[in-house]
Design a binder for this molecule. Structure first.
Ligand code: HEC
Ligand code: HEC
Ligand code: HEC
Ligand code: HEC
Ligand code: HEC
Length: 344
């Protein structure tokens, strides 16, 4: 049953605005801050029907994570890939397209709808098990798929870290009315606050002041590779066009689409590899292999359009399994290099 009261953040604002214990609303409401630029996945306070206008016309599955009206029934039975579609409202019935306080907190008790600091977030932040299938990539945000096999989740990192450990840093205790909310409700990763010894965040014990540079250094590897792949993508796209109409084209087009899928996997996750360095590296190596293959094979078709079925046209498209095995090797080498790097 849908509540009859409204689900907006205004419900909590009287007391949790910037005149009470911590400016929770102000932090949550990045959308109203000066200079906020509209774009998908930018803030819980951003109205998704405005940022992504196709959402109100799409099915119930979008409602579950893109609106508070849908979040309430969806989080009532939190299975990550099960959207409880029967219980969801139709898009036309949705009144609150932002992810407000009541999406996560029960308004009567203020308790979290899902106690677990992974499952609460991953219910919405998952990529719906998207796979490379040769077709153009639909939008997806694989935060859960990245995180769930990462060192942070599997216990390789010296302490297990949840989504909220990293995205909702505790602030130093500040009893003044306008102090920052603790835990952080911007949901941004804040390496400075996380490694501040005045806080109760666990990172300081091991990362001292270096968390920001550690993260930036890791992210640079990934963003550098993404940039390089951008150029390869252009080359492959041009080469593909020259193969248009040849027998090889459908196969090459699939390989090209798959390359874009593997790039999107890393880009759309939004952490630039931090959620899972190994997996991000494998996806990017796979994308590189596919783009190089398309450029080479399509280029060859373009030069020799009459080449028979024994030529490059019949060459096997490297499939995901083979590419993963190949990239896995590189990933392992890459990892070994990181692990032997002195210091942190
Ligand atoms: C009438 C004022 C008022 C309203 C409205 C209100 N709160 Fe609170 N809330 C408080 C006060 C006072 C506390 C206790 C603060 C303390 O103990 O330091 C509190 C505490 C909390 C806590 C912490 C509970 C704990 O166990 O420490 C949460 C979470 C919370 N509120 C969320 C909400 C949400 C979500 C809403 C809107 C649905 C809301 N509040 C609306 C006044 C209010
Ligand atoms: C009910 C669904 C839902 C839940 C639950 C949810 N999110 Fe989100 N989250 C979204 C949507 C939708 C957006 C993007 C909104 C937009 O820009 O259209 C988003 C955006 C974000 C962003 C990017 C923008 C920012 O504010 O920095 C982060 C990070 C994020 N969420 C983290 C979390 C974490 C951590 C949790 C768990 C505590 C969580 N989310 C729980 C739906 C959800
Ligand atoms: C995306 C989910 C999400 C949304 C939206 C959200 N919260 Fe929270 N909130 C949490 C989580 C998770 C925690 C506990 C984090 C922790 O302790 O690690 C929390 C903690 C709190 C606390 C502190 C509780 C304590 O024990 O000290 C208050 C107060 C609070 N939220 C109020 C609000 C208000 C008011 C809003 C709306 C402006 C809001 N929250 C929106 C997930 C959310
Ligand atoms: C008990 C010690 C310890 C604690 C506590 C700890 N870490 Fe770590 N962390 C490590 C070690 C050791 C590494 C590996 C360092 C390296 O690779 O250079 C690491 C690596 C990392 C990495 C890089 C992982 C990668 O894939 O490259 C990140 C990001 C990170 N930690 C974040 C955090 C955050 C955020 C916290 C607090 C919420 C935290 N850590 C708490 C010890 C710790
Ligand atoms: C080890 C710490 C860590 C953990 C654990 C973690 N994240 Fe992140 N996350 C990050 C970092 C770092 C970024 C990149 C932020 C940046 O560059 O500003 C990020 C980015 C994101 C973004 C994209 C934000 C944007 O602005 O595009 C979302 C959404 C997100 N994380 C959600 C999650 C969810 C959901 C979980 C749990 C399933 C999770 N994260 C677990 C550190 C973490």
């Amino acid at each position: 049953m849908q509540p009859k009261v409204d689900l907006s953040a205004g419900l909590c604002e009287n007391c949790h605005g910037d005149t009470s214990h911590g400016a929770v609303i102000k932090e949550w409401d990045e959308y109203s801050s000066p200079g906020f630029e509209m774009g998908a996945m930018l803030s819980h306070s951003e109205p998704t029907d405005v940022a992504e206008p196709f959402v109100p016309d799409s099915g119930k599955s979008c409602v579950s994570c893109k609106s508070t009206d849908g979040a309430v029934p969806n989080l009532a039975a939190p299975e990550i890939y099960d959207l409880n579609e029967d219980a969801l409202p139709e898009p036309a019935a949705v009144k609150e397209w932002r992810i407000t306080c009541t999406a996560c907190h029960n308004p009567h008790t203020t308790a979290l709808r899902v106690e677990d600091g992974i499952q609460l977030c991953a219910n919405c932040h998952n990529g719906r098990e998207a796979k490379a299938e040769g077709a153009p990539t639909e939008y997806f945000y694989p935060n859960w798929e990245m995180y769930s096999s990462s060192d942070f989740a599997t216990g390789v990192h010296p302490v297990e870290l949840t989504c909220t450990d990293c995205h909702m840093a505790q602030s130093p205790v500040d009893s003044s009315a306008n102090g920052p909310a603790s835990p952080d409700h911007t949901f941004n990763f804040d390496p400075v606050l996380l490694s501040d010894p005045e806080t109760e965040n666990e990172c300081y014990a091991c990362h001292e002041k270096n968390l920001a540079s550690l993260v930036a250094e890791r992210q640079e590897n990934i963003s550098g590779e993404l940039q390089a792949l951008g150029q390869l993508e252009v080359n492959a796209g041009e080469a593909l066009e020259t193969a248009n109409g040849t027998e090889a084209y459908p196969k090459l087009e699939k390989a090209y689409n798959n390359a874009l899928f593997h790039m999107a996997y890393v880009e759309n996750d939004g952490s630039l590899g931090i959620h899972n360095m190994d997996k991000a590296t494998i996806h990017l190596e796979t994308a590189r292999g596919l783009l190089e293959y398309v450029t080479e094979a399509a280029g060859a078709t373009g030069e020799k359009p009459t080449e028979g079925p024994e030529g490059p046209a019949s060459e096997e498209v490297p499939d995901f399994g083979a590419a993963i095995a190949f990239a896995g090797l590189l990933g392992a080498l890459f990892l070994r290099k990181m692990k032997t790097r002195p210091g942190k």
